[in-house]
Design a protein around this ligand. Structure first.
Ligand code: DOR
Ligand code: ZN
Length: 458
Protein backbone atom coordinates (compact mmCIF):
# COMPACT_ATOMS: atom_id res chain seq x y z
CA UNK A 1 0.00 0.00 0.00
CA UNK A 2 1.43 3.38 -1.04
CA UNK A 3 1.33 6.30 1.39
CA UNK A 4 1.30 8.83 -1.41
CA UNK A 5 1.30 9.03 -5.17
CA UNK A 6 2.45 12.17 -6.93
CA UNK A 7 0.91 11.93 -10.39
CA UNK A 8 1.37 13.67 -13.74
CA UNK A 9 4.96 14.73 -13.02
CA UNK A 10 7.18 15.85 -15.84
CA UNK A 11 10.76 14.98 -14.89
CA UNK A 12 12.30 16.89 -17.79
CA UNK A 13 11.14 18.99 -20.70
CA UNK A 14 9.60 16.13 -22.68
CA UNK A 15 5.87 15.53 -22.58
CA UNK A 16 6.08 12.22 -20.77
CA UNK A 17 4.33 12.23 -17.43
CA UNK A 18 5.02 9.84 -14.58
CA UNK A 19 3.55 8.90 -11.22
CA UNK A 20 5.84 8.62 -8.26
CA UNK A 21 4.80 6.03 -5.69
CA UNK A 22 5.96 6.91 -2.19
CA UNK A 23 6.10 4.71 0.87
CA UNK A 24 7.76 5.43 4.21
CA UNK A 25 9.33 8.55 2.76
CA UNK A 26 11.02 6.74 -0.15
CA UNK A 27 10.29 6.63 -3.86
CA UNK A 28 9.24 3.03 -4.43
CA UNK A 29 7.89 3.18 -7.98
CA UNK A 30 8.07 5.37 -11.06
CA UNK A 31 5.35 4.56 -13.59
CA UNK A 32 3.97 6.21 -16.69
CA UNK A 33 1.00 8.23 -15.51
CA UNK A 34 -1.44 6.48 -17.86
CA UNK A 35 -0.75 3.15 -16.19
CA UNK A 36 -3.04 1.94 -13.46
CA UNK A 37 -1.53 2.22 -10.02
CA UNK A 38 -0.63 -1.11 -8.39
CA UNK A 39 -2.78 -0.27 -5.39
CA UNK A 40 -4.85 2.67 -4.30
CA UNK A 41 -2.59 5.08 -2.37
CA UNK A 42 -3.66 6.81 0.83
CA UNK A 43 -3.20 10.18 -0.82
CA UNK A 44 -2.81 11.47 -4.37
CA UNK A 45 -1.22 14.76 -5.34
CA UNK A 46 -1.89 15.57 -8.99
CA UNK A 47 0.72 18.09 -10.18
CA UNK A 48 -0.99 18.35 -13.59
CA UNK A 49 2.06 18.11 -15.81
CA UNK A 50 4.30 20.43 -13.83
CA UNK A 51 8.06 19.93 -13.76
CA UNK A 52 9.23 17.96 -10.73
CA UNK A 53 12.87 18.11 -9.70
CA UNK A 54 14.71 16.26 -6.95
CA UNK A 55 14.56 18.42 -3.82
CA UNK A 56 17.43 20.89 -4.05
CA UNK A 57 20.51 20.54 -1.85
CA UNK A 58 22.21 23.66 -0.54
CA UNK A 59 25.71 22.67 0.50
CA UNK A 60 26.44 26.11 1.95
CA UNK A 61 24.11 27.81 4.43
CA UNK A 62 24.60 29.82 7.61
CA UNK A 63 21.55 29.26 9.80
CA UNK A 64 23.20 31.02 12.79
CA UNK A 65 21.85 28.55 15.32
CA UNK A 66 23.04 28.48 18.09
CA UNK A 67 24.18 31.86 19.29
CA UNK A 68 23.33 34.21 16.46
CA UNK A 69 19.61 33.57 16.27
CA UNK A 70 18.82 37.26 16.05
CA UNK A 71 19.95 36.87 12.41
CA UNK A 72 18.34 33.46 11.66
CA UNK A 73 17.64 30.15 13.36
CA UNK A 74 17.19 26.58 12.17
CA UNK A 75 13.43 27.05 11.95
CA UNK A 76 13.42 30.28 9.93
CA UNK A 77 16.41 29.19 7.82
CA UNK A 78 14.83 25.85 6.99
CA UNK A 79 11.49 27.54 6.25
CA UNK A 80 13.41 29.74 3.79
CA UNK A 81 14.96 26.58 2.35
CA UNK A 82 11.56 24.92 1.87
CA UNK A 83 10.19 28.10 0.28
CA UNK A 84 13.12 28.06 -2.15
CA UNK A 85 12.67 24.41 -3.15
CA UNK A 86 15.45 23.01 -0.96
CA UNK A 87 15.01 19.78 0.98
CA UNK A 88 18.56 19.36 2.31
CA UNK A 89 20.96 21.95 3.68
CA UNK A 90 24.53 21.71 4.95
CA UNK A 91 25.10 24.28 7.67
CA UNK A 92 28.38 26.13 8.19
CA UNK A 93 30.25 26.05 11.51
CA UNK A 94 30.64 29.77 12.29
CA UNK A 95 27.95 29.89 14.95
CA UNK A 96 28.37 30.66 18.65
CA UNK A 97 29.82 28.37 19.85
CA UNK A 98 31.47 27.38 16.58
CA UNK A 99 30.83 23.80 15.46
CA UNK A 100 34.45 22.87 16.03
CA UNK A 101 34.32 20.50 19.00
CA UNK A 102 32.55 17.14 19.32
CA UNK A 103 30.26 18.65 21.94
CA UNK A 104 29.29 21.67 19.84
CA UNK A 105 28.75 19.40 16.84
CA UNK A 106 26.47 17.12 18.80
CA UNK A 107 24.57 20.08 20.24
CA UNK A 108 23.95 21.46 16.76
CA UNK A 109 22.76 18.04 15.56
CA UNK A 110 20.16 18.21 18.31
CA UNK A 111 19.15 21.78 17.46
CA UNK A 112 18.68 20.85 13.81
CA UNK A 113 16.78 17.69 14.75
CA UNK A 114 14.42 19.76 16.85
CA UNK A 115 13.95 22.86 14.72
CA UNK A 116 14.74 22.05 11.08
CA UNK A 117 11.87 21.57 8.64
CA UNK A 118 14.20 20.12 6.01
CA UNK A 119 16.91 17.48 6.26
CA UNK A 120 20.35 18.72 7.17
CA UNK A 121 24.02 17.96 7.54
CA UNK A 122 26.69 20.01 9.26
CA UNK A 123 30.11 21.20 8.23
CA UNK A 124 32.60 21.08 11.09
CA UNK A 125 34.96 23.87 11.99
CA UNK A 126 38.64 23.33 12.71
CA UNK A 127 40.18 24.71 15.90
CA UNK A 128 41.84 22.28 18.33
CA UNK A 129 43.36 19.75 15.95
CA UNK A 130 43.21 16.99 18.53
CA UNK A 131 39.38 17.15 18.25
CA UNK A 132 39.30 16.26 14.56
CA UNK A 133 39.19 12.51 14.98
CA UNK A 134 36.29 12.66 17.42
CA UNK A 135 34.33 15.18 15.37
CA UNK A 136 34.80 12.93 12.32
CA UNK A 137 32.85 10.17 14.10
CA UNK A 138 29.74 12.32 13.83
CA UNK A 139 30.21 12.48 10.04
CA UNK A 140 30.50 16.13 9.21
CA UNK A 141 29.73 17.03 5.59
CA UNK A 142 33.28 18.40 5.53
CA UNK A 143 35.82 20.16 7.67
CA UNK A 144 35.55 23.81 6.71
CA UNK A 145 38.64 25.96 6.85
CA UNK A 146 38.40 29.74 6.54
CA UNK A 147 41.85 30.34 5.02
CA UNK A 148 41.45 34.08 5.58
CA UNK A 149 41.52 33.41 9.34
CA UNK A 150 44.44 30.98 9.71
CA UNK A 151 48.18 31.01 9.08
CA UNK A 152 50.19 28.62 6.91
CA UNK A 153 51.39 26.45 9.79
CA UNK A 154 47.89 25.86 11.05
CA UNK A 155 46.66 25.12 7.53
CA UNK A 156 49.37 22.54 7.00
CA UNK A 157 48.73 20.85 10.35
CA UNK A 158 44.98 20.79 9.69
CA UNK A 159 45.53 19.08 6.33
CA UNK A 160 47.80 16.50 7.96
CA UNK A 161 45.31 15.75 10.73
CA UNK A 162 42.22 15.53 8.53
CA UNK A 163 44.09 13.49 5.97
CA UNK A 164 45.05 11.08 8.73
CA UNK A 165 41.42 10.25 9.56
CA UNK A 166 40.31 7.11 7.77
CA UNK A 167 36.62 7.43 7.03
CA UNK A 168 36.25 3.69 6.42
CA UNK A 169 36.83 3.32 10.13
CA UNK A 170 33.83 5.63 10.55
CA UNK A 171 31.26 3.35 8.89
CA UNK A 172 32.55 4.50 5.51
CA UNK A 173 30.71 6.70 3.10
CA UNK A 174 28.65 4.29 1.09
CA UNK A 175 27.42 5.33 -2.28
CA UNK A 176 23.65 5.71 -2.27
CA UNK A 177 23.32 7.25 -5.71
CA UNK A 178 21.31 5.32 -8.31
CA UNK A 179 23.09 2.78 -10.50
CA UNK A 180 25.70 2.33 -7.78
CA UNK A 181 27.49 5.32 -9.28
CA UNK A 182 31.25 4.96 -9.09
CA UNK A 183 31.69 8.65 -8.40
CA UNK A 184 33.11 8.86 -4.93
CA UNK A 185 35.05 11.96 -4.13
CA UNK A 186 35.58 11.37 -0.48
CA UNK A 187 38.29 8.76 -0.97
CA UNK A 188 39.21 7.45 2.37
CA UNK A 189 39.19 10.50 4.54
CA UNK A 190 36.90 13.42 5.30
CA UNK A 191 36.52 16.19 2.78
CA UNK A 192 37.98 19.67 3.37
CA UNK A 193 35.91 22.71 2.28
CA UNK A 194 37.75 25.94 1.84
CA UNK A 195 37.03 29.61 2.04
CA UNK A 196 40.00 30.58 -0.11
CA UNK A 197 41.26 34.08 0.61
CA UNK A 198 44.83 34.78 1.64
CA UNK A 199 44.98 36.59 5.02
CA UNK A 200 48.10 38.58 4.21
CA UNK A 201 46.77 39.93 0.92
CA UNK A 202 43.46 40.76 2.60
CA UNK A 203 45.17 42.56 5.47
CA UNK A 204 47.48 44.56 3.24
CA UNK A 205 44.79 45.74 0.82
CA UNK A 206 42.20 46.37 3.52
CA UNK A 207 44.64 48.68 5.27
CA UNK A 208 45.22 50.58 2.03
CA UNK A 209 41.55 50.91 1.20
CA UNK A 210 40.57 52.05 4.69
CA UNK A 211 42.73 55.13 4.09
CA UNK A 212 40.54 56.04 1.12
CA UNK A 213 37.31 56.44 3.08
CA UNK A 214 34.22 54.30 3.42
CA UNK A 215 32.55 53.98 0.02
CA UNK A 216 31.14 50.43 -0.20
CA UNK A 217 32.86 50.01 -3.60
CA UNK A 218 36.20 50.04 -1.79
CA UNK A 219 35.33 46.69 -0.30
CA UNK A 220 35.90 44.87 -3.60
CA UNK A 221 39.43 46.27 -3.71
CA UNK A 222 40.14 45.49 -0.05
CA UNK A 223 39.92 41.77 -0.84
CA UNK A 224 41.21 41.67 -4.43
CA UNK A 225 41.12 38.67 -6.81
CA UNK A 226 44.76 38.08 -5.94
CA UNK A 227 43.72 37.09 -2.39
CA UNK A 228 41.55 34.28 -3.75
CA UNK A 229 44.03 33.23 -6.40
CA UNK A 230 46.92 32.98 -3.90
CA UNK A 231 44.87 30.95 -1.47
CA UNK A 232 43.59 28.66 -4.22
CA UNK A 233 47.13 27.97 -5.33
CA UNK A 234 48.20 27.20 -1.78
CA UNK A 235 45.29 24.84 -1.12
CA UNK A 236 45.77 23.00 -4.40
CA UNK A 237 49.40 22.46 -3.59
CA UNK A 238 48.49 20.95 -0.20
CA UNK A 239 45.75 18.82 -1.75
CA UNK A 240 48.27 17.47 -4.26
CA UNK A 241 50.85 16.77 -1.60
CA UNK A 242 48.48 14.79 0.62
CA UNK A 243 46.11 13.43 -2.04
CA UNK A 244 43.35 15.13 -0.07
CA UNK A 245 39.91 15.83 -1.56
CA UNK A 246 39.04 19.51 -1.33
CA UNK A 247 36.03 21.60 -2.19
CA UNK A 248 36.30 25.30 -2.95
CA UNK A 249 33.37 27.32 -1.64
CA UNK A 250 32.21 30.42 -3.51
CA UNK A 251 34.76 30.59 -6.34
CA UNK A 252 34.58 34.15 -7.62
CA UNK A 253 37.33 34.75 -10.17
CA UNK A 254 38.13 33.41 -13.64
CA UNK A 255 41.70 32.75 -12.67
CA UNK A 256 40.98 30.67 -9.56
CA UNK A 257 38.47 28.58 -11.51
CA UNK A 258 41.13 28.01 -14.14
CA UNK A 259 43.59 26.78 -11.50
CA UNK A 260 40.94 24.43 -10.09
CA UNK A 261 40.18 22.98 -13.52
CA UNK A 262 43.87 22.46 -14.23
CA UNK A 263 44.23 20.63 -10.91
CA UNK A 264 41.20 18.49 -11.72
CA UNK A 265 42.66 17.61 -15.08
CA UNK A 266 45.85 16.55 -13.38
CA UNK A 267 43.84 14.03 -11.35
CA UNK A 268 43.15 15.83 -8.07
CA UNK A 269 39.81 15.36 -6.33
CA UNK A 270 38.88 19.01 -6.30
CA UNK A 271 35.48 20.60 -6.79
CA UNK A 272 34.11 24.09 -7.19
CA UNK A 273 31.05 26.02 -6.03
CA UNK A 274 29.61 29.33 -7.14
CA UNK A 275 27.09 31.46 -5.26
CA UNK A 276 24.05 33.08 -6.87
CA UNK A 277 25.50 36.54 -6.22
CA UNK A 278 28.86 35.79 -7.83
CA UNK A 279 27.02 34.20 -10.74
CA UNK A 280 24.62 37.06 -11.45
CA UNK A 281 26.07 40.26 -9.94
CA UNK A 282 29.21 42.34 -10.34
CA UNK A 283 30.99 44.81 -8.06
CA UNK A 284 28.82 47.69 -9.34
CA UNK A 285 26.14 46.31 -7.03
CA UNK A 286 28.22 47.54 -4.10
CA UNK A 287 27.59 51.05 -5.36
CA UNK A 288 23.92 50.34 -5.93
CA UNK A 289 23.08 48.44 -2.74
CA UNK A 290 25.94 49.36 -0.39
CA UNK A 291 26.52 46.85 2.38
CA UNK A 292 23.54 44.72 1.32
CA UNK A 293 25.85 43.54 -1.47
CA UNK A 294 28.86 43.20 0.84
CA UNK A 295 30.08 39.60 1.00
CA UNK A 296 33.28 37.57 1.30
CA UNK A 297 34.78 37.02 -1.19
CA UNK A 298 33.50 40.31 -2.62
CA UNK A 299 31.63 40.77 -5.87
CA UNK A 300 34.10 41.17 -8.74
CA UNK A 301 34.45 43.49 -11.71
CA UNK A 302 33.71 42.37 -15.24
CA UNK A 303 37.28 41.52 -16.02
CA UNK A 304 37.60 39.05 -13.14
CA UNK A 305 34.11 37.79 -12.48
CA UNK A 306 32.46 34.54 -13.48
CA UNK A 307 29.02 34.45 -15.05
CA UNK A 308 26.49 32.11 -16.66
CA UNK A 309 28.96 31.24 -19.44
CA UNK A 310 31.22 29.53 -16.90
CA UNK A 311 28.48 27.43 -15.33
CA UNK A 312 29.26 24.25 -17.31
CA UNK A 313 32.75 24.25 -15.79
CA UNK A 314 31.52 24.64 -12.21
CA UNK A 315 30.44 21.68 -10.05
CA UNK A 316 27.72 23.10 -7.82
CA UNK A 317 25.79 26.18 -6.82
CA UNK A 318 25.84 26.83 -3.05
CA UNK A 319 23.84 29.83 -1.96
CA UNK A 320 26.10 30.90 0.94
CA UNK A 321 22.83 32.02 2.53
CA UNK A 322 24.40 34.38 5.08
CA UNK A 323 21.73 36.41 6.88
CA UNK A 324 22.50 39.45 9.03
CA UNK A 325 20.24 42.07 10.62
CA UNK A 326 19.48 45.25 8.72
CA UNK A 327 20.76 47.17 11.71
CA UNK A 328 24.19 45.56 11.29
CA UNK A 329 24.13 46.19 7.56
CA UNK A 330 23.53 49.90 8.22
CA UNK A 331 26.98 50.31 9.78
CA UNK A 332 29.79 51.74 7.66
CA UNK A 333 31.39 49.44 5.12
CA UNK A 334 34.34 48.46 7.34
CA UNK A 335 32.08 47.44 10.23
CA UNK A 336 29.01 45.99 8.55
CA UNK A 337 29.15 42.17 8.39
CA UNK A 338 29.58 40.45 5.01
CA UNK A 339 26.85 38.11 3.78
CA UNK A 340 23.84 37.85 1.48
CA UNK A 341 20.74 35.68 1.97
CA UNK A 342 20.12 33.64 -1.17
CA UNK A 343 18.25 30.44 -0.52
CA UNK A 344 14.81 31.76 -1.52
CA UNK A 345 15.84 33.39 -4.75
CA UNK A 346 18.21 31.03 -6.56
CA UNK A 347 15.62 28.65 -8.05
CA UNK A 348 13.40 31.39 -9.54
CA UNK A 349 16.55 33.04 -10.93
CA UNK A 350 17.71 29.80 -12.56
CA UNK A 351 14.24 28.94 -13.85
CA UNK A 352 14.22 32.35 -15.50
CA UNK A 353 17.45 31.37 -17.27
CA UNK A 354 15.83 28.05 -18.20
CA UNK A 355 12.86 29.87 -19.69
CA UNK A 356 15.26 32.03 -21.68
CA UNK A 357 16.98 28.93 -23.06
CA UNK A 358 20.27 29.66 -21.27
CA UNK A 359 20.18 26.65 -18.95
CA UNK A 360 18.69 23.15 -19.12
CA UNK A 361 16.69 21.16 -16.58
CA UNK A 362 19.67 18.79 -16.51
CA UNK A 363 21.94 21.72 -15.67
CA UNK A 364 19.83 22.71 -12.65
CA UNK A 365 19.71 19.10 -11.45
CA UNK A 366 23.46 18.69 -11.85
CA UNK A 367 24.34 21.90 -9.98
CA UNK A 368 21.80 21.76 -7.17
CA UNK A 369 20.86 18.11 -6.70
CA UNK A 370 23.11 15.43 -8.15
CA UNK A 371 26.61 16.80 -7.74
CA UNK A 372 26.10 18.22 -4.22
CA UNK A 373 24.78 14.77 -3.19
CA UNK A 374 27.87 13.12 -4.67
CA UNK A 375 30.50 15.57 -3.43
CA UNK A 376 29.18 15.50 0.12
CA UNK A 377 28.17 11.80 -0.02
CA UNK A 378 24.62 12.51 1.12
CA UNK A 379 22.76 9.21 1.28
CA UNK A 380 19.54 8.79 -0.73
CA UNK A 381 19.40 12.42 -1.88
CA UNK A 382 19.73 14.31 -5.15
CA UNK A 383 18.00 11.92 -7.57
CA UNK A 384 14.48 10.89 -8.46
CA UNK A 385 14.87 7.14 -8.61
CA UNK A 386 13.46 4.08 -6.88
CA UNK A 387 15.00 3.68 -3.44
CA UNK A 388 15.84 7.36 -3.02
CA UNK A 389 14.22 9.67 -0.47
CA UNK A 390 11.00 11.25 -1.75
CA UNK A 391 12.47 14.76 -1.70
CA UNK A 392 10.78 16.71 -4.47
CA UNK A 393 10.20 20.22 -5.66
CA UNK A 394 7.28 20.95 -7.94
CA UNK A 395 7.92 23.85 -10.29
CA UNK A 396 5.50 26.11 -12.12
CA UNK A 397 7.52 27.20 -15.14
CA UNK A 398 4.95 29.82 -16.14
CA UNK A 399 4.60 31.61 -12.83
CA UNK A 400 6.08 35.08 -12.93
CA UNK A 401 7.29 37.07 -9.95
CA UNK A 402 9.40 39.95 -8.73
CA UNK A 403 11.95 39.38 -5.96
CA UNK A 404 10.50 40.97 -2.84
CA UNK A 405 12.52 40.42 0.35
CA UNK A 406 9.53 41.47 2.48
CA UNK A 407 8.05 38.09 1.60
CA UNK A 408 11.11 36.05 2.63
CA UNK A 409 10.73 33.36 5.26
CA UNK A 410 14.30 34.19 6.28
CA UNK A 411 14.74 36.73 9.05
CA UNK A 412 17.00 38.65 6.65
CA UNK A 413 14.57 40.71 4.63
CA UNK A 414 17.04 42.19 2.18
CA UNK A 415 18.49 41.12 -1.13
CA UNK A 416 20.61 42.63 -3.89
CA UNK A 417 18.22 40.77 -6.21
CA UNK A 418 15.30 42.92 -5.02
CA UNK A 419 13.16 43.90 -7.99
CA UNK A 420 14.53 41.19 -10.30
CA UNK A 421 11.76 39.83 -12.50
CA UNK A 422 11.54 36.05 -12.57
CA UNK A 423 9.65 33.43 -14.55
CA UNK A 424 9.40 30.01 -12.96
CA UNK A 425 8.76 29.32 -9.28
CA UNK A 426 8.77 26.40 -6.84
CA UNK A 427 5.16 25.82 -5.80
CA UNK A 428 5.48 22.71 -3.64
CA UNK A 429 8.33 21.15 -1.68
CA UNK A 430 8.21 17.64 -0.22
CA UNK A 431 10.71 16.24 2.26
CA UNK A 432 10.61 12.43 2.42
CA UNK A 433 7.06 12.46 1.07
CA UNK A 434 5.79 15.18 3.37
CA UNK A 435 4.64 18.55 1.99
CA UNK A 436 6.63 21.32 3.72
CA UNK A 437 5.74 24.14 1.33
CA UNK A 438 2.68 24.66 -0.81
CA UNK A 439 2.16 27.90 -2.73
CA UNK A 440 4.54 29.70 -0.42
CA UNK A 441 2.86 28.43 2.77
CA UNK A 442 5.17 26.56 5.15
CA UNK A 443 4.03 23.41 6.96
CA UNK A 444 5.58 21.83 9.98
CA UNK A 445 7.96 18.89 9.61
CA UNK A 446 10.77 17.22 11.44
CA UNK A 447 13.97 17.35 9.43
CA UNK A 448 16.64 14.78 10.11
CA UNK A 449 20.41 14.62 10.14
CA UNK A 450 21.31 13.08 6.80
CA UNK A 451 24.49 11.25 7.63
CA UNK A 452 23.63 8.79 10.29
CA UNK A 453 21.22 6.51 11.89
CA UNK A 454 24.08 5.54 14.10
CA UNK A 455 24.03 7.60 17.27
CA UNK A 456 27.50 8.46 18.42
CA UNK A 457 27.69 8.86 22.17
CA UNK A 458 29.62 11.75 23.52
O1 DOR B 1 30.07 36.84 3.14
C1 DOR B 1 30.29 35.96 3.95
N1 DOR B 1 29.46 35.75 4.99
N2 DOR B 1 31.37 35.20 3.83
C2 DOR B 1 31.76 34.35 4.80
O2 DOR B 1 32.77 33.72 4.65
C3 DOR B 1 30.99 34.21 6.04
C4 DOR B 1 29.60 34.60 5.81
C5 DOR B 1 28.86 34.80 7.10
O3 DOR B 1 28.90 33.92 7.94
O4 DOR B 1 28.20 35.83 7.25
ZN1 ZN C 1 29.68 31.01 3.80
Amino acid sequence: MLDLCVTNCRLDTTDEKVSLGIQDGKIVSIKKSVQKLPSEPDEIIDVKGKLVLPGLIDAHVHFRDPGLTVKENFFTGSAAAAAGGFTTVLDMPNTIPPTNTPRAFHEKMKIGGKRSLVDFGLHAGVADLSDIKDIAKYKPASFKIFMDLVDDDFLLEAFIKINGVQSNSLNGTQDHTPNGSQYQLRDNHPLISLHAEDPEVVQQYTKEMKKKGSDPELYALARPPQAEIEATRKALSLAGKFKQSIHFCHVSTKKSLKLIIQAKNSGLNVTSEITPHHLFLDSNYLKKYGNLAKTNPPLRDDQNRLNMNYLPQIDIIGTDHAPHTLEEKEKDVWNAPPGIPGIETILPLLLTQLNQGKLSVGGIKRLLCETPAKIFSIPYKGFIAEGMDADLVVVDLEKEGVVNPDNFQSKAKYSPFKGFKTKGMPVMTLVRGKVVMEDGEIRDNQGKFVYSNTEVEY
